[in-house]
Ligand binder design. Structure first.
Ligand code: ADP
Length: 270
């Protein structure tokens, strides 16, 4: 595996040919009444169009903050964010983002189909168009036939697939995922990892996936951005040269274990 350590003189190291998301010297300070927390320190990175990357690190290292900055859900204290050749605000207004959170946040009184079509409804799409698109999305996430159920009738894994379908409803270029599977049992999580890759192969999104699971990051990603805490900073970028499509058999492959071990060793002493 190629693992590139990051240091302050070398912030350009993760530049890519056609960047979709570029961060330059991003810092985030949270002020409370009594103190100030430096949550992110000089984070610079580039993510290529169509790439699948993970933001990996222990709790509190700034992963969610970084994702929220990319999505323009919050402003960095300092630094530059470019998305799809423009500002993050342009990207948000052009609906280039689909976002999936740890909790699927579905409306229990709406059928699955109506949950998936909610963004389309808000954008004024006709009922016929919403139905057509919802059926396509149900098929994409492997939930054909479940459109008329209510969320509470589905398992946690299926609910999260509904949330993914909803995030993809406006055909965003970029899919941002904040620990989407961490509340699920390991079997379900591994299956959803495989399903997510199958979806990504069809949609071609740029995916930024936040996780604190090393094996999940390795299984899914083209590259893993390793973050270290206190203050949160980018400490390494790991290329994951496993072939695609990734299969569950690969989880037993010595090459997979080596990649996981190499990244785990980065965290020793953190
Ligand atoms: P992670 O997603 O890696 O767990 P976060 O981005 O949630 O990390 O948080 C990074 C750091 O910033 C943590 O120390 C956290 O306590 C702090 N932090 C996050 N959000 C706020 C906030 N709104 N106000 C104050 N501190 C915050």
């Amino acid at each position: 595996m190629e693992m590139t350590a990051i240091n302050e003189e070398d912030v350009q190291v993760s530049e890519v040919a056609v960047p979709e998301i570029e961060l330059k010297d991003v810092e985030m300070r949270y002020r409370t009444d009594t103190s100030e927390v430096l949550a992110l320190q000089r984070v610079s990175l580039s993510i290529a169009k169509g790439e699948f990357v993970s933001l990996l690190g222990p709790s509190g290292c700034g992963k969610t903050t970084l994702l929220r900055i990319m999505a323009e859900l919050q402003q960095p204290s300092e630094g530059d964010v470019r998305v799809a050749g423009g500002t993050a605000r342009d990207a948000r207004l052009a609906r280039k983002y689909g976002i999936v959170f740890q909790n699927p946040v579905l409306y229990d009184w709406r059928k699955v189909k109506a949950n998936i079509a909610l963004p389309l409804e808000m954008m004024g799409y006709s009922r016929a168009e919403r139905n057509r698109r919802a059926e396509e999305l149900l098929a994409l996430v492997g939930l054909e036939g479940f459109g008329d159920k209510y969320p509470w009738q589905l398992s946690g894994g299926m609910q999260q697939r509904v949330a993914i379908a909803r995030a993809l409803s406006m055909e965003p270029e970029i899919l941002l995922m904040d620990e989407p599977f961490s509340a699920l049992d390991e079997f379900t999580r591994e299956r959803l990892n495989e399903e997510l890759l199958a979806i990504w192969t069809k949609t071609g999104n740029t995916v930024v996936f936040v996780t604190h699971s090393i094996s999940e990051a390795v299984f899914l990603s083209d590259r893993v951005f390793v973050l270290s805490p206190h203050p949160g900073r980018l400490s390494a970028v790991a290329d994951i040269p496993l072939p695609r499509p990734r299969t569950k058999e690969m989880r037993n492959d010595p090459a997979f274990f080596r990649l996981v071990a190499d990244i785990r060793n980065r965290f020793e002493g953190v």
